[in-house]
Design a protein around this ligand. Structure first.
Ligand SMILES: NC(=O)C1=CN([C@@H]2O[C@H](COP(=O)(O)OP(=O)(O)OC[C@H]3O[C@@H](n4cnc5c(N)ncnc54)[C@H](O)[C@@H]3O)[C@@H](O)[C@H]2O)C=CC1
Ligand SMILES: O=C(O)C(=O)Cc1ccc(O)cc1
Length: 308
């Protein structure tokens, strides 16, 4: 079995994902030294207060010096700039990875900037919550969740094995996938649900006939579920929409067609069409639960940290 341990791990960005990684790396002793980097001195001070690492830098270049594993945990639109900044300081043989929610764009931004002397192996943990920042993270976040690695032709088999062992030690199940396929799959299972949530909550907010206090007072659990997703970080989701544009637009166009069919069935009182669709979708929910995929990760640690 491959040893998941690294001498020095540098976390570039210390929000929900970076700080969850810091916590699990420390708990599972996956690194001798954890280096924390973020641009803002204030966030870095908070990371220090939370004791998330062993070394702290506002300069990404200083943070990656001598690191064996560099994990870029910033919004996907910032990955190119981070790659440019760290490139001259990377140690030969280091593995550079990321956690971004889109993969083709991250590869296009980072790959040309990184030297040939490093292994570049993009990744995406399918684990998160609507919260952000260093206080929001928790060590259990990745437990029983998938992490998808999307090799970009710049990593050895050994690097894939090592990063797989690392994510498994964080509690994840690991798959490898082609980056474009990743972006299509995630467009439907993650990006579209968030866009729909932002849209429905926006629509409710715009309604003239229903007041805001009624929306709050009478929100049924269905609407509440949407408000959770729609409370996700605006910068992160702006970047996802801009950086997975083609796949999202393709899925949105399929979605709109299907919504029109649903609208027609309601307008014309086609109860059979409605019943058939609702029966088919109920079966999907059941197969997700049967496959053990119904892990309510967003609730993990929430009580302990007092998050809503
Ligand atoms: N939040 C979630 O549920 C999940 C997020 N991701 C991905 O992980 C990455 C990080 O997300 P979170 O940890 O949730 O975000 P976050 O907002 O909690 O933390 C982001 C970190 O990046 C830093 N940052 C922001 N803009 C920057 C810039 N322009 N240059 C350098 N640093 C910058 C911030 O200071 C902060 O340290 C994103 O690419 C996101 O798509 C992946 C899986 C789940
Ligand atoms: O909070 C939720 O339900 C999520 O879906 C979190 C999430 C957000 C972005 C990702 O790329 C992966 C997971």
């Amino acid at each position: 079995m491959t040893d998941p341990h690294f001498n020095k791990v540098a976390l570039i960005g210390i929000g929900l994902i970076g700080s969850s990684l810091a916590r699990v790396i420390r708990r599972e002793k996956l690194a001798d030294t954890i280096v924390v980097n973020t641009r803002s001195a204030e966030t870095l001070a908070r990371a220090r207060e939370l004791d998330l690492g062993d070394e702290y830098y506002t300069s990404a270049a200083e943070a990656v010096r001598d690191a064996d594993l560099v994990i870029v945990c910033v919004p996907v639109g910032a990955c190119g700039r981070v790659a440019t900044e760290i490139a001259p300081a990377l140690k030969a043989g280091a593995i550079v990875t990321d956690v971004g929610s889109t993969k083709r764009s991250v590869i296009e931004q980072m790959s040309p900037e990184l030297p040939d002397t490093v292994e570049f192996l993009p990744g995406h943990p399918l684990a998160g919550t609507e919260h952000s920042g260093p206080d929001a993270g928790f060590a259990e976040l990745f437990r029983n969740r998938w992490c998808i690695l999307t090799p970009a032709g710049r990593s050895s088999d050994e690097a894939v094995e090592k990063l797989t062992a690392f994510w498994e030690a964080c509690g994840s199940r690991v798959d490898t996938m082609d980056p474009d396929h990743h972006d299509k799959v995630l467009a439907i299972v993650s990006h579209l649900p968030h866009i729909i949530a932002y849209n429905i909550v926006g629509t409710a907010d715009d309604l003239q006939t229903v007041t805001e206090s009624e929306v709050i007072k009478y929100s049924a659990s269905g609407f509440r579920d949407f408000t959770r997703l729609a409370a996700s970080d605006p910068t992160m989701w702006r970047d996802i929409c801009l950086h997975n544009k083609d796949a999202i637009l393709e899925m949105l166009s399929r979605f709109s067609e299907d919504l029109s069919a649903l609208q027609r069935a309601i307008r014309w009182g086609d109860g059979q069409a409605l019943f058939d669709l609702f029966t088919r979708t109920r079966a999907i929910r059941r197969s997700i639960i049967d496959a053990g995929q119904d892990v309510a990760a967003p609730d993990f640690g929430r009580q302990a940290s007092g998050q809503k």
